[in-house]
Design a protein around this ligand. Structure first.
Ligand code: CDP
Length: 808
């Protein structure tokens, strides 16, 4: 048979790897046809709302629900006393701690859930919340983790034995009632020795402030207990629906097959929707109690005040080098404020996440990291916000340490980075703190970035600007922000990564229909990343059917194979790999079918784009569509009918994307207002599945990085009041603040990923925050700045200028 279409046309027709295919999900999103949790409306559905604590630390003397219950439309008011007989007044956290579902005797942060009101509609529920009378006795509030470790005030009385001794926590011994864990990596003595004897040592203390991802859609759930068939259905904003199902089963005693968890469309997650929140539990209990569906959806203030925050790391570093700038050692200590309960969503063995990637992109012979987790009167959570487990903190730390060392050495920070990069030929590279980096070519990326922005020209311009400022000819200073980051994404492998004991693999199940279209289901769940588009592209290239003919489904535990969900940019490295592997199983069976149909031996056919051809006889072939049809309609000796495959993929290692970013900024020292003149972002995420989706991910991540570096913050006063709980106070950038981003790339495939892809979703955030911050700090370097803490809002920038005497 002669083929009329060229090979190039066949490749293009697949819309496979490398194609900037338009996002298939946008057709419904842009037409208001998305189906979010709050869109779910079930017959007879009731609405839940929380009574929340106005105090950050108080004992609860009494709760009176009479007036609330008397309000027409109110069905129930749940308190800890109602949950206690069910064993649900506390719940386990993902970090091995436990957390109150409803306040049990005391409250530990402002906004903590005290009672759950269930009513006929949301407004009645809100009115009833006001009628619940809670008698609080205020206790001393601790919002400073350093003071917490010195204080006599015991925050978690449940974690102190009757004799006053302090039992071990989930991660070993605790040295104070308010201490959670000490976690260490590397060699402290050897590191200290190197630093003590080094020619040059730079030190810095930095605070990576508390912030919050603030997804447009807040958290929520709808629980529906069908008492007739004993099945619980739970729709919710879950980034890991299967894990929620397992946890719900373990907590409720309902067998797992009788629980269906569905993540419908999710309006942004960024890690905020990984944790298990009291609202989920209360909606389930309320549905079981009332026998009708119960919806709970939080409002913006509740989301900002009580759900998973990010960062809150106090980092102290020492870095040593030779006079020529070769780094010899790195010491880092972190005091980590985890709030009232340790609810960090880290893999179990990593209480400080992957903070031990803090040696960054540099070949540092010896290093040490120590992290102390501490309880305070703040909301629990941590880790969330486009960060695979504290990598943002780690990269911020090392990229600031490099800048401070450059000041100490009186050296250009770009050159200092070049001197110390891990070299291409050193990969796979084992870092001093234990990680094995899979692949990288840092110098090539760095050179490309510096050339693209004319780095030398920028430095010359900056030097002229400094002189002009000193002569009084301008009030604007110029900063050149640099960052070179290495990410670590794609948790697993199962051998060292688990969440609540569940190994971090992921999965894909493919079913090819007789007419040559397909459905593939995965254990992940998109929250805007475009999986329905990109995973179909992986499969298109693997199985030779057009991406347009492949439906991707995620998020329904009744249909999707078990997976650990989407966060930490793990979808492409893990589920994407599972998709490729399942695709290969389809191809292996298709090869046998093709050989049978072409009447040759299996080994005499080879795959070519969308077909199997007889080797050396290209005109003899069977297309994948023909093969799919035959799989269902032809009796093939030795082969079962059908064309399906499943892969549970346990990655051998994580993937290590990297990137080189440059930001050029002008700052008015009198107003503290920064103007971003240019932002160049080079990313290397290995094989690129969809360049347009990647660019979208980078724009989004950079915008969130800009937010965090330049003003976004969850700030507390000394009483533990959240000062930034509305979008009037919490900086969410709009098109007004966001610059034009220039994106670029290199491609260094991952050697262990089936298609060489690494994750990308978090990279721009991880690399972007230090880049924006370095730009601000670099502007003030010629005037004596070493380090100032983020967020660099106008007021703080003005203060920096003032402290440096620039207003004199
Ligand atoms: O886990 P999450 O989806 O948040 O992050 P990711 O794996 O980095 O993927 C984000 C989006 O970028 C997905 O649609 C990916 O398929 C896409 N991507 C890509 O096109 N090429 C890559 N090398 C990595 C991700």
């Amino acid at each position: 048979m002669k083929d009329e279409i060229s090979r190039e046309e066949r490749v293009a027709g697949l819309k496979g790897l490398g194609c900037s295919r338009k996002r298939v999900e946008d057709a419904r999103f842009t037409q208001g046809k998305g189906n979010y949790v709050d869109d779910i409306k079930l017959p007879g559905m009731l609405h839940g709302d929380f009574v929340r604590s106005p105090y950050a630390h108080a004992r609860i003397k009494s709760i009176n629900i009479d007036a609330a219950m008397a309000l027409p439309g109110v069905t129930a008011v749940l308190t800890a006393k109602d949950l206690e007989p069910l064993g649900l007044h506390w719940m386990p956290t993902l970090a091995g701690d436990k957390q109150m579902v409803l306040a049990d005797g005391k409250v530990l942060f402002q906004g903590q859930e005290v009672a759950f009101v269930v009513a006929s509609d949301r407004y009645v529920a809100a009115d009833a919340v006001e009628l619940v009378e809670v008698d609080y006795e205020e206790l001393e509030v601790i919002v400073d983790p350093f003071k917490s470790l010195q204080s006599d005030v015991v925050l978690r009385e449940d974690l102190v034995a009757d004799d006053g001794s302090i039992p071990n926590g989930a991660h070993g011994p605790r040295k104070h009632p308010n201490h959670i864990f000490t976690w260490e990596a590397g060699e402290e003595e050897a590191t200290n020795q190197v630093i003590d004897n080094a020619a040059v040592v730079a030190e810095a203390e930095m605070y990576y402030h508390r912030t919050h991802p603030c997804p447009l859609e807040t958290c929520g759930s709808v629980a529906s207990m069908d008492k007739v068939n004993g099945k619980l259905t739970l729709w919710g904003t879950f980034q890991a629906p299967h894990v929620v199902r397992t946890v719900a089963s373990l907590l409720s005693g309902i067998e797992e097959h009788n629980i269906r968890v569905v993540s419908p469309d999710i309006g942004g997650g960024f890690g905020n929707k990984v944790g298990v929140y009291p609202g989920y539990i209360c909606s389930i209990v309320a549905s079981i109690v009332t026998g009708v569906p119960v919806k709970w959806v939080e409002d913006r203030m509740e989301n900002l005040m009580s759900t998973a925050f990010a960062r809150d790391y106090w980092m102290k570093g020492k870095i040593s080098a030779t006079k020529e700038g070769k780094i010899t050692g790195l010491h880092c200590h972190v005091t980590a404020d985890h709030g009232a309960f340790d609810a960090c969503a880290d893999p179990t063995k990593f209480p400080a996440g992957f903070m031990n990637i803090c040696t960054g992109s540099y070949d540092i012979p010896v290093a040490y990291l120590g992290v102390d987790g501490v309880y305070t009167n703040k909301a629990p959570g941590g880790v969330s916000y486009r960060c695979s487990f504290r990598v943002t903190e780690a990269v911020y730390f090392i990229e600031r340490m490099i800048e401070v060392l450059a000041i100490e050495l009186n050296m250009d920070p770009a050159e200092l980075r070049s001197i110390n990069f891990i070299k291409k030929e050193q990969f796979p590279y084992t870092a001093a703190l234990g990680w094995e980096y899979d692949s990288g070519d840092y110098q090539t990326a760095w050179d490309k970035a510096l050339k693209a922005v004319d780095y030398k020209g920028l430095r010359a311009e900056q030097a002229e600007r400094v002189e002009a400022f000193k002569r009084g000819e301008t009030r604007k200073v110029m900063g050149i922000g640099l960052s070179f980051f290495t990410e670590i994404v794609g948790a697993g492998p199962v051998k060292n990564c688990d969440i609540l004991g569940m190994g971090m693999f992921d999965s894909c199940e493919i079913r090819i229909h007789p007419t040559g279209s397909a459905v593939a289901r995965l254990g992940t769940i998109s929250q805007g990343q475009g999986h329905a588009t990109t995973f179909a592209q992986i499969l298109a290239t693997e199985i030779g059917l057009s991406a347009e003919s492949i439906t991707i489904e995620e998020g329904d535990t009744d249909t999707a194979p078990y997976g650990l969900g989407t966060y930490g940019s793990r979808s492409t490295p893990v589920a994407g790999a599972a998709a490729a592997m399942a695709g290969r199983k389809i191809r292996a069976k298709a090869q046998m079918i093709a050989a049978y149909l072409l009447e040759v031996h299996d080994n005499d056919v080879e795959f070519d784009v969308d077909r199997f051809v007889v080797k050396g006889v290209p005109e003899r072939f069977k297309t994948m569509k023909e093969i799919a049809y035959a799989a269902y309609n032809q009796a093939i000796p030795g082969l079962e009918p059908g064309l399906e495959a499943v892969s549970y993929y346990d990655p051998p290692n994580m993937t290590y994307p990297f990137g080189a970013y440059v930001c050029v900024m002008d700052i008015d020292v009198d107003t503290g207002v920064p103007e971003i003149r240019r932002f160049y972002a080079l990313d290397d995420c290995g094989t690129r599945i969809n360049p347009m989706v990647i660019e979208g991910q980078i724009h989004g991540g950079l915008t969130e990085a800009l937010a965090v570096a330049l003003g976004q913050e969850i700030a507390y006063d000394d009483m533990g009041n959240v000062k930034t709980a509305t979008l009037m106070d919490f900086f969410l950038p709009t098109a007004w603040e966001v610059p034009n981003y220039e994106t670029d790339f290199t491609v260094t495939p991952s050697p262990h990923h089936p298609i060489g892809a690494k994750g990308v979703g978090e990279s721009p955030h991880v690399g972007g925050v230090p880049c924006f911050s370095n730009a601000v700090q670099d502007a003030f370097r010629p005037f004596g700045n070493r380090h100032t803490n983020m967020p660099h809002d106008h007021w703080r920038i003005w203060q920096t200028a003032n402290n440096l005497g620039m207003h004199d």
